[in-house]
Write a protein that binds this ligand. Structure first.
Ligand code: BGC
Length: 765
C-alpha cells in the first residue's frame, strides 16, 4: 500500500465500549477543540494536551520514560531495558512494568512514553540500545508485551517507541539552517532503508507484540524510513501499523519529529508532540504543523474532518478503556517545576495544577528494583570459585564507578566519579537516592569485620603499582567497578569501557590473583582482559537503577544466585561487529544521509552464526553458582493441520490472529545438577528448512522460559511455538508462510550451547 489510504479505527475486540464513548466525545467538539486534541502544548508535563473543562476532560499529561517517570521527585529509578531483558524473566518484566505504571499514574501522568523496541540493536554502537531490550526481536517482543501489559494494568497508557527503524542517533534529525525557519533544512535526517522481509522479521516483530498487548499509543521515530519521514510514512503508519497489525490506538510524533501538516495527517500521524502554537502565534521554537493549521485544513477542504475525528477517537478510546475518565490523580505540580523542556515561562495555555505537590509514589518498589537488578546480573566468568565471596577479610575496591555520584541526581556524560546506574537523555531517571556499590559493600563487609580499602581514581590505579596502594597483603578479593556511558542524541564512539577501564583491570590483575570485574554499562563492551588468568570473575550488571549497590552485593555474596543471560553478543574484537552506524558523509546533498540495512536479517548472533565468527560470550550466555542439564526433548504438533498459508482471519490488534495460534508444543526436562538453588533459562532456537528463501539466519530464538530449581530437582519446561514462530515473511504473497520441509529445534543454555535437538516436519491435512 503506497498511497495515502488512511486506516480508521474500528473499535474491535476489548475496546468496543470505549470506542463508542470516544465517538460520543468527538461529536461534541468544535473544530478548534479538535485541533487542540491533536496538538501538544507547552505545559507541566513533557507532553501536554489541554483540558476541555466544559466536557469534563482534564487534558492529557505525557511523561518519559522507559525506566522511570523522569520529570518527577520522590519517584523510583528502575533498571533499564537492557538490564531487565537480561533476566529473561516474564514475571519480572511484567512486575516492573506494573510498578512503573503505578508511579506514572500516582503522579498524574496519563501516558508513559515507554517501552522501547526501536532501536532493536542493529548496531552495537547505537546510543539508545540500553533503553530497549535485546538485539533479538523475539526476546524484545516478549519484553514489550509484558511491560505494556504491566503499565496498562496499572492504569497508565503505554507508548511503544520509536516506530520504526530508529537504529542510530547520528543525524536522527535534520540539520536546520540556524538562521532559518522551521522548514529551512540543510540536510534531511538519515533514512533507514529496510527491505520488506527484514522489516517484518526483525524490526516490526516486537512492535506486533506491542499492538497485540493493546498498547494505547505509538511514538513514530525521528529519522526517515525508506526515504520518507517516519512520522509521515503512510506505508509504515497506515499500512503496516494500522492495517496489517490492526492498531486501534493513536500515533504521536517524537518530539519535533513532525515535518508536515496535511501529509502527516494523511500519512497516519494522530498527535503532534510537543506541538506548540501552530498558526496561533509565531513564537520561535514552538511552531507546529498542527494546531490552528488543522482548523484551516478542515475549513478549506484539504483534510476531511472525518480523518481528524478518527485521530481523536484513537486518542480517546484507550483513555476510556483504561478508565482514565474516572478519578484519575491530578498532575503533581512538582513535575512542572522540574520540567526544563517546557518551563512555566513557555506556557501559553492555562494549566490548573491543584493536586498535591511532591507526592511520594515509590511504595515498596525498592525491593523489586533490588531483586530485578540482582536477577539481571550476568555472570560471564567464574573461575577458582571466586564467587560467591566467602566472608573475605580483606577487600579492595577499585574504579570510579564504585562510589558516590558527586554531582547530583541525574547522571551526565562528564561525571567522572560515581556509580552509573542509568544512561542519559530522555530515557534516564531522577534518583531520589542511589545506593552505590561502595556503600553496600561496606555495610555488608561489617558482618565479617572485614578491611575495606577503596581506590576510586582510575588514572591513579592505572598508573600506579597497586601493591603500593593496599595493606597489609594482597586482598582476598579485588573488586573492580567499571562504567560505560551512553545517551540519547549520540552514538557510542567505541565499545570499550570508559575512563581507562581496561588499564585499570590490567593494573589490578597484574598483582591481584583474584580480580573480580563488575561492569555498569549500556550494553556491549569488548573485554580484552576476559581471558586474563588473574581475572577470576566477570559480572555484567548493566544499568541497575537506584539499588545498584545492594543488587550487586546480593550477587557477590551469593544471597542471589545470578541467572542473567546476555541479550546480545560480546565479540572478541570491536571490528568483528557488522552494521556500524552511518556517522559521516563525503557529500553534502540534502538527501544524502542514507543507511542501507544491507545485512538484512543478520544482526547480532544471526550475523556471527551466519559468518561462523567465534565470539567471547555469545547471545544468551550466562553462568550460575550451580550447574544445570537438559534432557528428553519432545516436540508435538498441536494444530491438526499446518498449511503453509495461514487462514485469513479478520484482523485483530496484533494482526491476523492465525499467526498467534500455538501449532507446536516442545518440552524438555531441566535439572539442577549442582548443589545450590538456582535459576536458569533454557532457550529454544529454530533452524528453518532449506526451502526457506536465501538469507534466513542459521538459527533464531523462538522460545525461552526461566526456571528455578533446588539442588537435584528436575522439571519439565514447555515452549509453545506459534505460527509466526515457524514462518517467514513472503514478499511476493505479502503473507507469513510456513516453509516446506524439516525444521530443527535446538534447546540449550545459550545460542551456542545447545544440548537437545528435535526435528519436525509440519503436517498439513
Ligand atoms: C525522545 C523520546 C522522548 C521525547 C520526550 C525525544 O527526544 O526521542 O524518546 O520520549 O524526546 O522527551
Amino acid at each position: 500500500m503506497l498511497t495515502y489510504d488512511t486506516a480508521n479505527a474500528t473499535g474491535t475486540g476489548e475496546w468496543k465500549e470505549a470506542y463508542a464513548k470516544a465517538q460520543e466525545f468527538v461529536a461534541k467538539l468544535t473544530i478548534d477543540e479538535k485541533a487542540d486534541m491533536v496538538t501538544g502544548q507547552p505545559g507541566p508535563c513533557v507532553g501536554n494536551i489541554v483540558a476541555i473543562p466544559r466536557l469534563g476532560f482534564p487534558g492529557l499529561c505525557l511523561q518519559d520514560g522507559p525506566l522511570a517517570i523522569r520529570v518527577a521527585d520522590y519517584a523510583s529509578v528502575f533498571a533499564a531495558g537492557v538490564t531487565v531483558a537480561s533476566t529473561w524473566d516474564r514475571d519480572l518484566l511484567y512486575e516492573r512494568g506494573y510498578a512503573m505504571g503505578q508511579e506514572f499514574k500516582a503522579k498524574g501522568a496519563h501516558v508513559a512514553l515507554s517501552p522501547v523496541a526501536g532501536p532493536l540493536g542493529r548496531s552495537a554502537y547505537a546510543g539508545r540500545n540500553w533503553e530497549g531490550f535485546a538485539a533479538d526481536p523475539y526476546l524484545t517482543g516478549v519484553a514489550m508485551e509484558k511491560t505494556i501489559r504491566g503499565h496498562q494494568d496499572a492504569g497508565v497508557q503505554a507508548t511503544p517507541k520509536h516506530f520504526i527503524g530508529n537504529e542510530q542517533e547520528t543525524q536522527r534529525n535534520p540539520t536546520y539552517n540556524p538562521n532559518g525557519t522551521l522548514t529551512d533544512v540543510i540536510q534531511e535526517a538519515l533514512s533507514s532503508n529496510i527491505d520488506d522481509r527484514t522489516m517484518h522479521e526483525l524490526y516490526l516483530w516486537p512492535f506486533a507484540n506491542a499492538v497485540r498487548a493493546q498498547a494505547a499509543s505509538f511514538m513514530c521515530a525521528y529519522q526517515r524510513l525508506n526515504g520518507s519521514y517516519a512520522c509521515e510514512n503512510s506505508k509504515a503508519l497506515n499500512g503496516l501499523l494500522k492495517e496489517e497489525l490492526g492498531f486501534q490506538g493513536y500515533v504521536m510524533s517524537d518530539w519535533g519529529g513532525t515535518h508536515s501538516g496535511v501529509s502527516s495527517i494523511e500519512g497516519g500521524l494522530d498527535m503532534n508532540m510537543p506541538g506548540g502554537l501552530g498558526a496561533y502565534g509565531k513564537t520561535p521554537g514552538v511552531g507546529s504543523f498542527f494546531g490552528k493549521n488543522v482548523t484551516y485544513a478542515v475549513n478549506n477542504g484539504t483534510v476531511d474532518e472525518s480523518r481528524v475525528d478518527d485521530m481523536i477517537i484513537r486518542i480517546m478510546t484507550p483513555y476510556y478503556w483504561l478508565g482514565q475518565d474516572e478519578d484519575y490523580p491530578e498532575v503533581d505540580p512538582s513535575s512542572a517545576d522540574l520540567n526544563t523542556f517546557s518551563p512555566r515561562s513557555t506556557w501559553i495555555r492555562e494549566f490548573n495544577l491543584t493536586g498535591e505537590r511532591s507526592r511520594d509514589v515509590r511504595g515498596d518498589h525498592a525491593e523489586l528494583i533490588r531483586k530485578l537488578a540482582a536477577e539481571a546480573t550476568v555472570l560471564l566468568k567464574n573461575e577458582k570459585q571466586a564467587l560467591p565471596l566467602k566472608a573475605p577479610k580483606n577487600i579492595a575496591i577499585f574504579g570510579n564507578d564504585a562510589g558516590e555520584n558527586t554531582m547530583g541526581a541525574v547522571n551526565e556524560a562528564t561525571f567522572e566519579f560515581g556509580n552509573l546506574a542509568a544512561g542519559g537523555g530522555s530515557g534516564t531517571g531522577r534518583f531520589t537516592y542511589l545506593v552505590s556499590p561502595l556503600e553496600a559493600i561496606k555495610t555488608r563487609a561489617k558482618e565479617d569485620d572485614a578491611l575495606v580499602q577503596y581506590f576510586l581514581n582510575n588514572t591513579q590505579i592505572a598508573t600506579n603499582n597497586v601493591t603500593d596502594l593496599w595493606v597489609p597483603a594482597t586482598p582476598d578479593a579485588c573488586l573492580v567497578f567499571l562504567k560505560t556511558w551512553a545517551e540519547e542524541g549520540a552514538d557510542r564512539e567505541h565499545l570499550t569501557v570508559d575512563y581507562n577501564g581496561n588499564e585499570v583491570v590490567e593494573s589490578v590483575a597484574k598483582s591481584c590473583n583474584n580480580t573480580i570485574v563488575i561492569t555498569h554499562s549500556s550494553g556491549i563492551n569488548v573485554l580484552p582482559w576476559a581471558n586474563h588468568p588473574n581475572v577470576t570473575a566477570i559480572l555484567a550488571a548493566h544499568y541497575p537503577g537506584q539499588e545498584a549497590g545492594n543488587s550487586i552485593v546480593d550477587v557477590l555474596y551469593g544471597d542471589v544466585n545470578p541467572a542473567g543471560h546476555l541479550p546480545y553478543t560480546i565479540a572478541k574484537n570491536a571490528t568483528d561487529y557488522n552494521a556500524p552506524p552511518t556517522t559521516e558523509l563525503s557529500t553534502d546533498g540534502t538527501h544524502d544521509w542514507q543507511s542501507w540495512f544491507d545485512e538484512k536479517l543478520e544482526i547480532d548472533y544471526r550475523y556471527f552464526d551466519a559468518k561462523n565468527i567465534s565470539v567471547q560470550y555469545e547471545f544468551g550466555f550466562g553462568l550460575s553458582y550451580t550447574t544445570f542439564s537438559i534432557s528428553d526433548i519432545n516436540a508435538e504438533q498441536v494444530a491438526e493441520s499446518i498449511p503453509s498459508i495461514p487462514e485469513d482471519q479478520p484482523i485483530q490488534p496484533g494482526g491476523n490472529p492465525a499467526l498467534w495460534e500455538t501449532i507446536y508444543n516442545v518440552t524438555v526436562a531441566v535439572t539442577n545438577s549442582g548443589d545450590v538453588k538456582g535459576a536458569t533459562v533454557p532457550q529454544l532456537y529454530v533452524t528453518f528448512p532449506d526451502s526457506t528463501p536465501e538469507g534466513t539466519p542459521p538459527k533464531q530464538l523462538r522460545g525461552f522460559e526461566k526456571v528455578s530449581l533446588a539442588p537435584g530437582e528436575s522439571r519439565t519446561v514447555g515452549f509453545e511455538l506459534m505460527r509466526r514462530d515457524l514462518s517467514y515473511w513472503d514478499i511476493v504473497s505479502q503473507k507469513w508462510l510456513v516453509p516446506e520441509g524439516e525444521f530443527v529445534l535446538s534447546v540449550g543454555f545459550s545460542s551456542r550451547d545447545l544440548k537437545e535437538v528435535a526435528k519436525i516436519t509440519p503436517v498439513s491435512v
